[in-house]
Design a protein around this ligand. Structure first.
Ligand SMILES: [Zn+2]
Length: 395
């Protein structure tokens, strides 16, 4: 018994020593200065690329951004010379599933996707699991919806039966720690059908979420259901509709500033099984939406359909967005600034600007003339730490 107690005690002391070392490390890191110099900067705001820039990172955050010749770089800073490279904000994939998985989160971050949005899973212990996964800086950040909310028997697993019930259950989800709310607006997929949610429920869900500062995303796949999402005041439409989209509806979505997450990779996979017209319509609709000034956020629906999806950088989605006439800059903004705005994290992420958390990716060459090189991320910096470096290796 005494021996067991002693072992326990020494274990506790060991833990305490680790804790002290870890906190000292953290403290030291807070003053750590790293200067990333000579890269072309694409800052995620949509501004033109600027050559020969210096980004000074202090601890986890970006401290200064400026032209390399104008900036005094402290002697104590370590220098990372990125001549010949472009530096961009870490990308978001704003529509994925089955993301509570360390292996996947590491693959995403190594591919340049430093944040993913999980769009619906059973609640269970997922908020706890998310918090544990976030402790490893090599994992992509995980922003989660919790379960998909719908009416009884409807498309989702968190059912609300009246506006009062919706208020209680949405407050409950938010108390449990979800980052945003997702509503399922769907009555038919192939041979499956569900009773459709009504406007009163959608309104009550959105109102409650917004009153707690949480955004709402609506799954919707056909034009006739868009009005339910928009009347309710949703922040995003998940999936580009694959039937005919009217000019007046496009105009309304643009006017109301609602983000559209097209998930073209999903439609490509669905098309391979059910016919080309699905992807073709979605691409045409996205093209028209973008030409009308609509705001797009990149998301693929990874693991949302039984098919292969890109595991790291969503290059298939990027190339399909290009097919829908989005410019490389519009695509980059959809995966950075716009994504961070929709997720409510623009204060900390999404662009390379002083004060932001230093999540950045480095590629060789110019993605505006060759978008494909986004698929070859050479360096990933997450929270100011270089978590992948193949840039210096291949000089
Ligand atoms: Zn999905």
């Amino acid at each position: 018994m005494a021996t067991k107690k002693r072992i326990q005690n020494s274990f506790i002391i060991l833990l305490a020593v680790f804790y002290i070392l870890a906190s000292q490390q953290l403290f030291a890191d807070q003053d750590n200065l790293t200067a990333f110099i000579n890269a072309v900067l694409i800052d995620g705001t949509g501004a033109e690329p600027v050559p020969k820039m210096a980004i000074l990172v202090k601890g986890i955050r970006i401290f200064k951004v400026g032209h390399v010749s104008d900036m005094t770089i402290p002697l104590s800073a370590s220098r990372v010379d990125l001549k010949g490279a472009t530096i961009l904000p870490g990308f978001f994939n704003s529509h994925v599933h089955a993301a509570h998985d360390e292996r996947k989160l590491k693959r995403w971050s190594r591919g340049g996707v430093t944040t993913v949005k999980e769009m619906g899973n059973a609640l269970g212990s997922h908020t706890g699991l998310r918090d544990r996964l976030l402790k490893d800086n090599r994992n992509a950040r995980l922003i989660i919806a919790g379960p998909i909310v719908s009416n009884p028997g409807g498309y989702g697993t968190w059912h609300v039966s009246s506006p009062k019930d919706a208020k209680e259950k949405i407050n409950d989800l938010i108390d449990k720690g979800v980052d945003f709310i997702k509503i399922g607006i769907e009555d038919r997929q192939g041979l499956k059908s569900w009773p459709l949610i009504n406007g009163k429920l959608v309104n009550a869900i959105v109102e409650t979420a917004h009153s707690r500062g949480k955004s709402v995303s609506c799954h919707v796949t056909r034009s006739k259901h868009l009005v339910l999402a928009l009347d309710g005041g949703t922040n995003s439409l998940e999936h580009m509709v694959y039937d005919e989209l009217s000019d007046s509806m496009i105009e309304r979505v643009v006017q109301e500033g609602v983000f559209w997450v097209p998930t073209l990779e999903l439609w490509k996979n669905v098309s391979e099984q059910y016919g080309d017209w699905i992807l073709r319509n979605a691409v045409t609709n996205l093209d028209r939406f973008v030409k009308s000034g609509g705001k797009v956020v990149l998301g693929t629906d990874f693991a949302g359909f039984n098919a292969e999806f890109d595991p790291g950088m969503p290059i298939t989605e990027i190339l399909l967005m290009k097919q829908a006439s989005m410019t490389p800059m519009q695509i980059i903004v959809s995966a950075t600034r716009n994504a961070a705005q929709l997720a409510g994290v623009i204060k900390d992420l999404g662009t390379i600007e002083p004060g932001k958390i230093a999540d950045m990716i480095v590629i060789r060459g110019n993605p505006l003339t060759n978008i494909k090189i986004l698929g070859e991320v050479k360096m990933v910096i997450k929270s100011g730490e270089i978590i992948k470096n193949e840039f210096l290796d291949d000089l």
